[in-house]
Design a protein around this ligand. Sequence first.
Ligand code: ZN
Length: 100
Amino acid sequence: MKCEDCNTKLNYFALLESFWFGFKQVKCLRCDSIFEHTSFNRILGGIIVFISTLVSNMTYIGEKALLQTFFVMLLSMFISSLITPLIMKFKKIKTKIHEK
Ligand SMILES: [Zn+2]
C-alpha cells in the first residue's frame, strides 16, 4: 500500500496496528495525508474472525481445554491478520502536500 500523493510506502506495522485497534485512520509519515479504511477492510476483519472461529472449532477437544481453544483462536486471528496490510484498501480523506 503506497501513499497516492508522495508514493511513500505506508508502514506495515502502522497498518497492522490500525487494523487491530478498531480501524484507526492511517497517516502518511512523509506528506501527512490521512487514509481511512474502506468497508473492504472491515469485511476482511469479519472473514478473519470467521476463519479463526472455524479453526478453533476444529481444534476443540472438550471443555477442559477451553482456554487452549481460545488461545488457538487468538493465535489464528493474529497470524491471518499479518497479511492484511498487504491487501487492505484505503481511501484518502485528507491531503496536506499541496498546502504551503
Ligand atoms: Zn504521502
